[in-house]
Ligand binder design. Sequence first.
Ligand code: MF3
Ligand code: CO
Ligand code: CO
Length: 276
Amino acid sequence: MSEYQIVEHENETLLRDGTIKLHGPQAFEGMRKAGRLAAMILDEIAPLVQPGVTTASIDDKVRELTLEGGAVPATLGYRGYAHSSCISINHVVCHGIPSEKTFKDGDIVNIDVTPLLDGWHGDSSRMYLVGDVPLKARRLVDVTHECLMIGIAQAKPGNRVGDIGAAIQAYAESNRYGVVREFCGHGVGRLFHDAPEVVHAGRAGTGPLLRPGMFFTIEPMINLGKPPVKLLSDGWTAVTRDKSFSAQFEHSIGITEDGCEIFTLSPKGLHKPPYA
Ligand code: MF3
Ligand code: CO
Ligand code: CO
């Protein structure tokens, strides 16, 4: 689609390419701040992810850090979700609900946070290792981070959304891992979840054309086993059907003239474990 629609939002001019918003410099600045806070929260909790610690205590810390940063957790009250983070352990693919459950030695954990700061959503997640994690699981975590960065490398003007998923899928499957199909990356900005849908497996050259000003997340979920997931009866927790371990990393990015800007990069360089 090549026709832009102009939509006014307060004092900023917002363009649209079809249903996908094209943001200007003020929006980039807003996302930079929200994204930096998300990354700082993920940095701060790294030393706390230890055997015996409850997931609820990490969620409390996420809420504290979010509020201290002048933001609110976007997940709190989102479609009835009552927590400040999602904490997904081992075979939990995503949307694990914080509880009195404790981490144990050998766990791999995804923690996903979304501070809403001055109207902008900074959505990011990373993996954490609890104690001694076997090589097989550490390798899954490493490859999943590579999947995210390989996807991000495709996020540039002229490419299409499908190029991102195709690159991720090719790399994951070359490692004999399964790519989750049921959950996607998404447009992000003033809305938590917006167009486009960013699939993590697909065909190169398909989907919407990427243009400067588009904001979205890339958040591949990669399984040691087969791709299918099922939803637990709590209505949130997604687990691998075959009980295999699953890993995920997520960044919020904005398309620029010559590539993209990652809004949620760690200021401390804690992109992937080990963090110590
Ligand atoms: N942060 C998640 C995402 O990456 C969404 C979590 S919604 C919740 O899109 F309600 F489960 F918290
Ligand atoms: Co997201
Ligand atoms: Co997220």
